[in-house]
Design a protein around this ligand. Structure first.
Ligand code: ADP
Length: 516
C-alpha cells in the first residue's frame, strides 16, 4: 500500500483498555496533530487562513498523520452541516472564573475528523468576527473559549496529540495555556506547540484589565517578554512568544516580519525567535482549483486544450455586462478583500489609467466601506468597461479566475497570497506587487509581472507591460504555459510541516530548537 493509500484512521500504538489516554505517536511513527483554527474552508472562511486550514490537514492525513481539527460551530457551519454533526462528547471550559459546558459535535473535512464547539451564545452569529460596524465586543471571550476547549478535547477523547498546531491570533493563547495552567494535564502536557502566522497585521489586541478572562497568571504572563504589548494584551504575541516553533506562510514574509516595515511593531518578537521562525509556502487545493474539473466555470480547459478558456472569457463578459471591451483586448480580474493591505486603494486610483489601456476590469470583493466607496466612485464612469461586485461569492471568484486574462494583486504586503497561485493554474497571468509570497510564486516576465513601489503609477506601468506581452504572438502562449505548469500543490508544503513536527518531537537530527 502506498503512502497515499493509508487507511483512515492510521493504526495506533494502543495500550490495553483502561490504561488511560493513548500515548505516543501512531504505530508507523507519524505524528498525532491537533489542529486548532478559527476558520476552515469550505465551512467557515474569510480569507486564505480558511483555505489553508481546509486543505493542509487533508494533505497531512495523506502523509500518514493522525490529524484532527477543532473549529467553532459558527452559524454558517451549522447551516451547512444541516443536522449531520452529532454530539460526540462534552467538555467543561473555564472562562473568566466560570466553568461553561460545551457540546463537541463531530464532522469531517474530507476524511479528517472535525470537532465543532457548539456554544450558541458565542458562535451563533451572522459573521465570524465582526458586525458591519466593528468587531464583536466579546472576541476575547469567544477565542479564549476556543483555546481552552481545544485543550480539553484530547482528555475527553482519551487521545494524546504530539503536536498542537495553531493559527493566527484567535488561537494564540493555546501556547501560554499549555505552558501554564495545562502543564499538569497528561492529555496535552507533552504536546509540542506550532504557531502559524497567516497575517502579522492582525495582532489580537485587548485591554490588559481583561487578562483574567484568559485564565493566565498576571505574574507569569503579563510582561514585555510575555503577552504584554505596549500596555495591552496581544494574542498574536502570545502565540509567537510561547510556541515551540513559529512559522509563517512564505519564506519572504518570514524575513519581512523581522523588519520594522512589516513586523508592524512585533519585529523584535519575531527576530528573537531566530532559527525557530520558518517560512513554509502555502499550497493550492487543486481539487477545488482545477480548470479541467471546475464545476463553477462555463467550460473546462487545460494546457493542451485552451478553447475552454475563451468560452469562460465570453461567459464572464456576458455575466458582467462588459460589452464595451473589444474582443482582442485583455480582461483584468480582481478577487480580494477590500482592504488597504490588498492595495485596493491603489486600484481605485489607477482605474482610469487601466481603462485607458482599452482593457475590461472585473472586481469582486468585500470589506472596508471606505475602499468600497472609492472603488464605486472610480468605476461609475465606465459602465460596460468596469464591473464591480461587492460580496463574497465563491462561484464568481472561480469564473473570474477562468475568464480573465490577468489577475491584479497590488498588495501593500502579502504573507503568501493564494489568488495568484490559483490564477497561475487557470492560465491567468498575475500582475502583482513584489512582496511576501507574491515574490516567492511569481517570476517577472516568466509567469507574471511584478512591480516594486507602492504607488498607482507603478501598478499602471506593470499593467502596460503586461498588456504589451498579451498582444505578442509568441511571448503570450509561453507565459501562459509557464503559469499553468507551476506546481504549488499542498503535498510539498505538508511534507515540510511533517518534517517540522518530527523535528519537534525529537526524532530527527537538527530539530527545531524549543523556545520558552
Ligand atoms: P487573504 O487571506 O489575505 O484574504 P489570500 O489570497 O491568502 O488572501 O486568500 C484569499 C482567499 O479568499 C482566496 O481563496 C480568494 O479566492 C478568497 N476570496 C477573497 N475575497 C473573496 C470574495 N469577495 N469572494 C470570494 N472569494 C474571495
Amino acid at each position: 500500500m502506498s503512502r497515499e493509500e493509508k487507511p483512515y484512521p492510521p493504526e495506533r500504538a494502543k495500550g490495553p483498555a483502561g490504561e488511560g489516554p493513548e500515548r505516543g505517536t501512531t504505530r508507523d511513527g507519524s505524528p498525532r496533530v491537533l489542529f486548532v483554527s478559527p476558520e476552515a474552508s469550505p465551512l467557515a472562511m474569510t480569507g486564505g487562513l480558511g483555505d489553508v486550514a481546509g486543505a493542509l490537514p487533508q494533505a497531512l492525513l495523506r502523509l500518514g498523520a493522525d490529524v484532527r481539527v477543532v473549529l467553532p460551530f459558527y452559524r454558517g457551519v451549522r447551516k451547512r452541516m444541516e443536522g449531520s454533526a452529532p454530539v460526540l462528547t462534552e467538555v467543561e471550559v473555564p472562562l473568566g472564573g466560570q466553568d461553561l459546558r460545551c457540546a463537541v459535535r463531530e464532522g469531517r473535512l474530507g476524511r479528517v475528523p472535525l470537532y465543532l464547539l457548539d456554544r450558541e451564545d458565542l458562535y451563533d452569529r451572522p459573521n465570524l468576527y465582526a458586525a458591519p460596524r466593528g468587531d464583536y465586543y466579546d472576541n476575547l471571550e469567544r477565542f479564549t473559549f476556543l483555546c481552552h476547549a481545544a485543550l480539553r478535547i484530547p482528555g475527553a477523547l482519551s487521545w494524546t496529540p504530539d503536536v498542537v498546531h495553531c493559527h493566527d491570533w484567535q488561537t494564540g493563547l493555546v501556547a501560554p495555556l499549555l505552558k501554564g495552567p495545562y502543564r499538569g494535564d497528561p492529555s496535552v502536557a507533552t504536546a509540542r506547540m506550532v504557531f502559524t502566522i497567516h497575517n502579522a497585521g492582525y495582532q489580537g489586541l485587548f485591554p490588559a484589565e481583561k487578562l483574567e478572562v484568559t485564565g493566565l497568571s498576571r505574574a507569569e504572563c503579563y510582561h514585555p517578554e510575555g503577552l504584554e504589548y505596549w500596555g495591552s494584551l496581544s494574542l498574536l504575541k502570545a502565540g509567537a512568544v510561547y510556541s515551540d516553533a513559529l512559522t509563517t506562510v512564505s519564506p519572504t514574509y518570514a524575513r519581512e516580519i523581522c523588519t520594522p516595515e512589516l513586523g508592524l511593531g512585533m519585529e523584535g518578537v519575531f527576530r528573537a525567535r531566530g532559527d525557530s521562525l520558518k517560512g513554509i509556502l502555502n499550497g493550492a487545493d487543486y481539487g477545488r482549483w482545477d480548470p479541467a474539473r471546475d464545476p463553477h466555470i462555463a467550460a473546462g480547459y487545460g494546457p493542451g486544450n485552451m478553447q475552454g478558456k475563451s468560452r469562460c472569457r465570453k461567459a464572464l463578459v456576458q455575466e458582467t455586462g462588459l460589452d464595451g471591451v473589444p474582443g482582442d483586448r485583455p480582461i483584468l480580474g480582481v478577487v480580494s478583500r477590500l482592504d488597504r493591505q490588498k492595495g485596493m486603494d491603489l486600484l481605485a486610483q489607477a482605474l482610469p489609467e487601466l481603462v485607458a489601456l482599452d482593457t475590461g476590469i472585473v472586481i469582486l470583493g468585500n470589506g472596508d466601506m471606505r475602499i468600497q466607496e472609492a472603488l464605486e466612485r472610480a468605476a461609475a464612469p465606465y459602465a460596460g468597461r468596469v464591473s464591480l461586485r461587492i460580496g463574497f461569492d465563491e462561484g464568481f471568484s472561480h469564473r473570474i479566475m477562468a475568464g480573465a486574462d490577468f489577475l491584479l494583486v497590488p498588495s501593500l504586503y502579502e504573507p503568501c497570497g493564494l489568488t495568484q497561485i490559483y490564477a497561475l493554474r487557470y492560465g491567468t497571468i498575475p500582475v502583482a506587487r513584489a512582496t511576501g509570497g507574491l515574490k516567492d510564486t511569481i517570476r517577472d516576465g516568466e509567469n507574471g509581472f511584478l512591480f516594486e513601489p507602492y504607488d498607482a503609477g507603478a501598478l499602471a506601468e506593470a499593467v502596460k507591460r503586461a498588456v504589451r506581452a498579451f498582444s505578442r504572438k509568441k511571448e503570450w502562449p509561453r507565459m501562459v504555459r509557464n503559469a499553468m505548469s507551476a506546481d504549488f500543490s499542498w503535498d510539498r508544503s505538508a511534507a515540510l510541516y511533517m518534517e517540522l513536527y518530527e523535528a519537534l518531537m525529537g526524532r530527527k537530527a537538527g530539530g527545531v530548537s524549543a523556545h520558552g
